[in-house]
Each structure stands twice: as C-alpha cells, then as structure tokens.
Ligand binder design. Structure first.
Ligand SMILES: [Zn+2]
Ligand SMILES: [Zn+2]
Length: 351
C-alpha cells in the first residue's frame, strides 16, 4: 500500500508509491509506444487495460471493455494511490503518515491514437468534460476522499508517458497544501470584502485588457499577472461559479470552444508545446467532524478555474531552492502573441 508522509517543517504531503515497482534503471530508459499496435488506450486494445469504470458510447448495446466507445475511464495500471483500504493516520515523533488511500484513473479521450484535442469536434470535447464531471461526483460520494484533481499532461516534457490523448484523475485523502492556501486566501478576501477575489480579478483584468488572451460568452482566458512560466494562462468562467460540476450545457460548449481555440493558438505560436492543464475546483465539501461550518462561505468565495502552462522552461536549482521562478516572457507579451497582435507576434520563445 502506498503511504502519505508529511514534511514536518514545510507541512506538505508526499506520496511514497514504491509499489509502482520502479528500479533505478527504469527511470533512465522510459520509452513511449508510438504505434497503435502496442498502445493500451487505442480502440480495439480494451483487454490490455484494467476493467473500465465508465465509458460514454453512442452504441447502447455495447458491452464493457469492447470497442465502440467515445470516452473511456479505466483505473491507472500504475496507480499512485490504492482504492481499497481504510484511511489510517499515524505518527512517529515529528513524522506524520497516512495510508495511501485514493483513486487514480485515466480518462481515455478518444479511441483514436492520433486525435488531437484542439481538432476534436466540439461535442466530443463536451463528452470529455461530462466524463470529468461524472467521475468527480462519483469520487466525492466516497467520504475518504477530500479532494479530487483532474489534470492533463501533454507531451513527454510534461510527464505524459503515453502519447494517446488522455487525462488523469486523482482523488486524495487530504486537501493539498497548495489548494488549501488558495482556498484560505479566497475565504479571507471574502471575510473582509464580501466579494469573490476571482470575480474581482476578472473584472479588473477585463477593464484593462492587456492580459486578456481570448473571451467568449461564458469564459475568459487570462495571461497570469505573476506567471511562473512563459505563456501560463488561467481560464475562468465569467459568471461566478464555485464548482466545475455545476456547468450547464451552454457553458460546457463554451468551455470546449475556448479550450480548443487556446490550444490551437499554442500550436500556432509555440509549435505544439508539451503542457500541463489542471482543473482547480472545490474540495469534497462533506462536513468535517467537529467543524460543521468548515466550508461555510465557499459557494461565494471560491471560483473554479483551469490552469494551463506550456513546458518551455526547466525548473532548476534556483527555483527548487527558493520557490521563485524566472519567467523570460512577460505575461503581457505572451497575451499579445496569443491574441495574434501583429507587431508582437515575433517575440523570442525560450529554447
Ligand atoms: Zn493509442
Ligand atoms: Zn467569483
């Protein structure tokens, strides 16, 4: 069983998943299959994955783990956390541990190995968003899971080990420190001003639009003011909404549209870079023992969003030592370039 260990000084948790079975030499020689014959995610290879959790298919007579699906969810074969077992906390002196309970799933976004998200039909992208929502809701019904994160690693520089289009979902038995810091900042802003800090930010950025990358009826893409990485952006719903799962059909279509357009711009401007995409939404709001009002104002103070960062620069010693990032492209330049403003289009992209 994997184990969660807490750093006693920095207060963050680490998953020790030694059971993923890597020996030291495995780290050096990781190769990704590039053909459909040995790819476990390709349509027709369903028997090479663990049994599916759900699949969206227009063929109502389809049996599980057979071809004919549009989007398919399977447990990660190399899961970082174990789904079965009891959540146990323990401590040895300064050290805190927790059993590595959680879920680790793969959302296979298409049976087609070479499908690229920005080129997929918009209604197919809506199906992928619907799948995320179904899985988040189902995982939240398990009280052991305190936070669920959906993310997409694209390209090997972003950590993807298979090139077949897919995202991942991890359910954690604790709210991560980074998420918790964001939630606390939002709650504090609301306590002082009775306003959502994200709504305030969106309003301010729209009024002075040098960091606005694109917009449609329901969403805006903003170049991050203090971006850690070149071309790091956030996608926000324009209307206040605390939870990703609450999107209506029209919003899902608008999100599919803006996401595909943004990724197409990454391709045009940056040549299809590796990237990480993360959905940041509320944690599992099941009341905590002894803290019935713990998430009391979260509906008003938190605003879900998507973070997207192309992997153009490497994190090195200085960043690890300090938590400071050096970003060689100004967020305003990045926004201009993604918008396609003529005189800003030829900025230097770091090698
Ligand atoms: Zn494939
Ligand atoms: Zn808001």
């Amino acid at each position: 069983m994997p184990e969660l260990r807490k750093d006693p000084i920095l207060d963050h948790w680490v998953i020790i998943a030694a059971e993923r079975g890597r020996r030291p030499h495995d780290f050096a020689t990781k190769r990704e299959p590039d053909t459909t014959t040995n790819c476990p995610f390709c349509g027709g290879n369903e028997d090479t994955t663990p049994p599916e959790i759900i699949a969206l298919s227009s063929d109502l007579g389809r049996r599980p783990d057979t071809p004919g699906w549009d989007v398919r969810v399977v447990p990660n074969k190399f899961a970082a956390l174990a789904i079965e077992g009891e959540l146990k906390r323990s401590g040895i002196g300064l050290f805190d541990c927790m059993t590595g309970i959680g879920a680790h799933e793969v959302v296979i976004e298409s049976p087609d190995h070479s499908a690229e998200l920005p080129a997929m039909p918009r209604d197919h992208v809506v199906k992928i968003l619907d799948t995320f929502i179904q899985r988040i809701l189902d995982l939240r019904s398990d009280k052991r899971f305190r936070h669920i994160v959906v993310f997409r690693n694209y390209g090997s520089a972003a950590g993807a080990s298979l090139s077949h289009p897919h995202s991942q979902i991890i359910a954690l038995p604790t709210v991560p420190k980074l998420v918790s810091e964001k939630l606390t900042a939002a709650r504090n802003h609301y306590r002082h001003k009775e306003r959502c800090i994200f709504c305030d930010l969106i309003e301010q950025e729209l009024a002075m639009p040098e960091r606005v990358v694109m917009q449609n009826a329901h969403f805006v893409v903003l170049s991050v003011f203090a971006a850690r990485f070149p071309f790091e952006v956030n996608i926000f719903p324009l209307e206040h909404q605390h939870d990703f799962v609450l999107m209506n059909r029209e919003q899902k279509e608008a999100l599919a549209d803006i996401l595909c357009r943004l990724l197409a711009r990454y391709e045009d401007v940056l040549g299809g870079p590796a990237y990480n995409m993360m959905i940041q939404t509320v944690p599992n709001m099941t009341p905590r023992p002894g803290h019935p009002e713990y998430w009391g104002t979260i509906k008003y103070d938190y605003h879900w969003h998507i973070e997207l960062m192309p992997r153009l620069t490497k994190i090195a010693g200085f960043e690890w030592a300090t938590g400071f990032y050096i970003n060689p492209v100004s967020p305003e330049q990045a926004a201009a370039s993604l918008r396609g403003d003529a005189d800003e289009a030829d900025i230097a992209v770091p090698a």
